[in-house]
Design a protein. Structure first.
Length: 206
């Protein structure tokens, strides 16, 4: 529920950026006007649940809703916290959703959604350092050990699902170089084929 509410300012912000309107209430197809000021919307649109998360009294709920949206404008997208392609919420929420998947339907669901827990960037760097026998501080130092550097870059992209731009910035190289590292490792048959010592890379699940 909290994750659903968190999306509201971002979705509103996207309207002003994507549709070139000065104020979100200027976009006639947004639910904002119906929620914030009670303007009549489509028959299928309901604002009761959203407003109910802010206050029991309608006018106070609308005031709080407008304030919440205004304060959230300009903040980063909540979608950066999505795990397993579909889950946006706490670890407890993800666990609860996974328990709802019927055993006989699991074959129809992507493995990414069935196993959404990704290690953190810190966990990956620590695991690589331990497996390679180096300090965590140098795993992204390409002047120290190229193999360790390449393994870390590859795992940040493939395991942590960090964006190409973010990994390049973190590693101090170009996005093209990050893509090249990924391609070379995959063409070599995968991480263990390219760097046999990586079979020791393990991290604790969160």
């Amino acid at each position: 529920m909290a994750a659903t509410i968190e999306q509201i300012p971002y979705s509103t912000q996207r309207l002003t950026a994507g549709f070139r309107v000065t104020h979100v209430e200027d976009w006639p197809w947004s639910s904002y006007r119906a929620t914030a000021v009670g303007q009549l919307g489509p028959t299928w649109l309901t604002t009761t649940w959203v407003l109910g998360q802010f206050h029991r009294q309608l006018e106070l709920a609308r005031t709080a809703y407008c304030r919440f949206v205004a304060e959230g404008m300009g903040k980063p997208s909540p979608w950066r916290h999505v795990t397993g392609q579909v889950y946006l919420g706490s670890a407890a929420f993800v666990e609860a959703m996974l328990r709802r998947v019927p055993p006989d339907n699991r074959e129809q669901i992507a493995q990414e959604a069935l196993q959404p827990r990704r290690p953190t960037i810190e966990q990956v760097c620590l695991a690589v350092a331990k497996a390679a026998g180096v300090a965590t501080a140098v795993v992204l130092d390409r002047r120290h050990r190229q193999d360790v550097f390449q393994v870390t870059v590859y795992l940040l992209r493939r395991v942590c699902n960090e964006s190409l731009k973010a990994t390049a910035a973190r590693a101090g190289v170009s996005a093209a170089r990050v893509s090249q590292i990924q391609r070379q490792i995959e063409e070599a048959g995968g991480l263990i084929s390219a760097f046999p010592w990586t079979h020791r890379v393990k991290w604790a699940s969160r």
